[in-house]
Design a protein around this ligand. Structure first.
Ligand code: SAH
Length: 461
């Protein structure tokens, strides 16, 4: 690699230009990009080249000559070991600026959408900490006692953690209390290497509005020693707990949940509200982790849908019907589609719980079900999509282009696939009116977006 403009183990002074989608700083030496962990845009820094690849390299931050005005001391003591957050060294204001820039950049690069307005990110107004309503904590052992913590970055070593600053405080308390109780009754932690031991993970989920808590014990074996005593003690020590559930995962895998779930104590669900809508959330249901910002995101989706009460709406990738039920309040009819059968059962139950009668839910792949509906002559005035990170399937995009709903509202957790899909829809006759990023995951690199597309008027003639 002698023809590269940089040498391994050499030191260079550089100015950081940008931030990657995973939060590293980027600088260029004679046009050759170098990624630098923990460096921020506009910083002048000294780096040591630690790794070189064909088209790029990695530098270690050695010294900061001129720090970014947005640089702050990361408040979490385990920030560097954990890796759950990537942007704690950037002030919250700086994070929001960086996320807006990231979305804008990706839309331009991948979607060739230079003109589309990307608004400033809607961040958390009061306190961008302690927002997560769900904790899934691996259990390990140290000196014979149970520890609840996190996997050290790029390893399977569990590090003890008493609190997580982006977690609701109650979840920290619940996890630690459950760990102590299990320890007291002699439960052993699951050991990945030997595939022995019992307790793999503890999950705590908190209904922010209702104050209800669910505890899920994820075990390797169907039996947990002293289960009855443990569950009783959890229920009496933690009055907010309304449900204790066990999930059995017998497999040698790093997937958290297994196939068998049973209620040990209390209800099968806890309840929560987003806006006026009440949701029953079971142990395995997908439910957004930042409920305050979920409301902001869904209100944006509702605003973009521009409903008057007359519209027929399709909500693709509907999960447990969260967006569908939000939209149903203002639409004539909403049809939700989702691939996971249990989620559709939840969606139907949630519709009934809120006495919403104009929402119907179907199980299946959006890219199969919606084309089928279209062939049968069923169309929609507004189509909402909220796909997983890989974005929409090509077949779904083609059906949208043929079906021509007046508006498409695209909710996305991955700006890169959003940009790719917007390009397809633009080429098919849609115009991207605007994109509103929403910060659902402060201190991490993730950013959620809501985009509004309208069918080009000229195409309609
Ligand atoms: N709109 C919901 C869920 C969004 S997450 C909410 O905000 O809560 C994306 C959802 O898409 C998941 O529930 C996932 O199970 C579902 N999904 C993934 N692939 C799918 C496909 N091909 N067709 C339909 N749904 C799919």
């Amino acid at each position: 690699m002698t023809d590269l403009p940089v040498q391994k183990n050499e030191y260079y002074d550089v100015t950081v230009q940008d931030l990657t989608h995973d939060g590293a700083g980027v600088a260029k030496i004679d046009g050759f990009p170098i990624f630098i962990q923990n460096a921020l845009p506009d910083e002048e820094v000294k780096i040591k080249i630690i790794k070189l690849k064909k088209g790029y390299g990695f530098g270690r931050l050695e010294e900061i000559y001129k720090p970014s005005p947005y640089r702050v001391e990361a408040p979490c003591p385990i920030y560097k070991q954990c890796g759950g957050c990537q942007l704690q060294h950037l002030s919250y204001e700086g994070q929001l600026i960086a996320k807006q820039k990231q979305v804008k950049g990706v839309l331009e690069r991948i979607g060739h959408l230079k003109e589309v307005p990307v608004y400033p990110v809607l961040g958390m107004e009061d306190n961008p900490w302690r927002y997560r309503n769900k904790a899934q904590v691996p259990i390990g052992e140290r000196e014979g006692g149970l520890i609840a913590g996190f996997y050290q970055q790029r390893s399977h070593e569990i590090i003890d953690m008493k609190e997580c600053l982006i977690q609701q405080e109650i979840n920290d308390t619940v996890v630690q209390t459950v760990r102590e109780i299990c320890d007291k009754y002699g439960v052993r932690a699951y050991n990945e290497k030997t595939h022995k031991g019992t307790l793999r993970h503890v999950m705590a989920r908190y209904g922010l509005v209702t104050g209800e808590v669910m505890v899920v014990l994820i075990s390797r074996t169907p039996d947990i020693p002293n289960r009855k005593a443990i569950v009783e003690e959890i229920a009496t020590t933690l009055p907010q707990v309304k449900s204790v559930v066990q999930n059995v995962n017998t497999k040698k895998t790093n997937v958290i949940f297994g196939d068998e779930t049973r209620v040990l104590w209390g209800n099968e669900y806890i309840y929560d509200y987003i806006g006026d809508i009440k949701f029953a959330i079971s142990a395995r249901s997908f439910y957004q982790v930042n409920p305050d910002q979920t409301k902001v995101l869904y209100e944006k989706a509702l605003e973009y849908a521009g409903l008057t009460g007359e519209e027929s709406v399709i909500d693709a990738y509907c999960g447990i019907g969260t967006i569908s039920l939000f939209l149903a309040q203002k639409a004539r009819k909403v049809f939700g589609v989702e691939i996971v059968p249990e989620a559709i059962e939840d969606a139907k139950r949630n519709a009934a719980l809120n006495e919403i009668k104009n929402a119907e839910f179907s199980v299946g792949e959006a890219e199969v079900v919606i084309p089928k509906w279209y062939k049968e002559g069923n169309t929609a005035d507004v189509l909402v999509v909220d796909p997983p990170r890989k974005g929409c399937d090509e077949a779904l995009l083609q059906t949208i282009i043929e079906m021509k709903p007046k508006k498409v509202v695209y909710v996305s957790c991955n700006p890169a696939t959003l940009a790719r899909d917007l390009r397809v829809l633009e080429d098919g006759g849609y115009k991207t009116i605007e994109v509103q990023p929403v910060d659902m995951f402060p201190h991490t690199v993730h950013v959620e977006c809501c985009a509004l597309l309208e069918i080009n008027q000229s195409e309609n003639l």
